[in-house]
Design a protein around this ligand. Structure first.
Ligand SMILES: *[C@@H]1O[C@H](CO)[C@@H](O)[C@H](O)[C@H]1NC(C)=O
Ligand SMILES: *[C@@H]1O[C@H](CO)[C@@H](O)[C@H](O)[C@H]1NC(C)=O
Ligand SMILES: *[C@@H]1O[C@H](CO)[C@@H](O)[C@H](O)[C@H]1NC(C)=O
Length: 177
């Protein structure tokens, strides 16, 4: 694991630096790597927006689910997603983190996600790249059911075996075989 550590740090920095949306005054940053998670787990997607306070004043920034290249649907259901925002100042700029947390992933959550930002004054837009979320089925889901049916099969087999034995003993006693 330790051997891979410097490589992954390098990759992460490389990913952050090779940005699609590098528009003056507004930059949207986040990891490009696809995310694979098992259903039922929680997941947080983090997006960082850096903007010039002077030219932008304020921004609107959010994560959305990309149905297509043009249509990205913002998250509405507060029971399923938790969105946290914090902001700090950095030189002449402001740095805003938008963290979207899924309480419990569903298989339907698989798909492409995007973080977009827009300056309120100039209207300058920053679109992040699409990041793929792969939600995989939980292999332990319904394990109790399979355990129970396994138990039943074993019991049936045992019952049949003892039935045959009883029959065999009966036959031996009565000199049928
Ligand atoms: C903002 O949130 C990120 C992620 O949780 C955290 O690393 C960072 O320290 C936070 N910044 C402030 C100023 O709270
Ligand atoms: C999602 O992840 C699983 C397990 O790693 C993999 O088998 C599957 O091909 C992935 N699906 C997609 C669409 O990438
Ligand atoms: C499986 O059994 C455990 C305890 O034996 C229980 O806590 C859990 O809720 C059960 N899961 C399902 C899906 O029935």
């Amino acid at each position: 694991m330790w051997i891979f550590y410097p490589t992954s740090v390098f990759l992460r920095i490389f990913v952050l630096c090779s940005l699609l949306s590098c528009i003056t005054g507004l930059t949207v940053k986040y990891s490009r790597e696809p995310v694979t998670k098992t259903e039922g787990h929680s997941l947080t997607l983090k997006c960082t927006v850096i903007y010039e306070k002077e030219s932008c004043d304020d921004i609107q920034a959010t994560w959305c689910f990309a149905h297509s290249a043009k249509d990205c649907e913002p998250f509405m259901d507060p029971h399923r997603y938790l969105i946290k925002v914090n902001e700090t100042e950095l030189n002449q700029n402001r740095v805003r983190n938008i963290l979207m947390t899924f309480n419990s992933l569903r298989l339907q959550d698989s798909g492409y996600y995007q973080c977009n930002a827009k300056c309120t004054i100039s209207g300058t837009q920053g679109k992040g790249h699409l990041v793929y979320l792969n939600v995989t089925a939980d292999p332990y889901k319904g394990l109790n059911v399979s355990k129970w049916s396994g138990q039943c099969e074993a019991d049936t087999a045992l019952l049949m075996l003892s039935g045959i034995l009883i029959l065999w003993c009966y036959c031996m006693d009565h000199h049928i075989v």
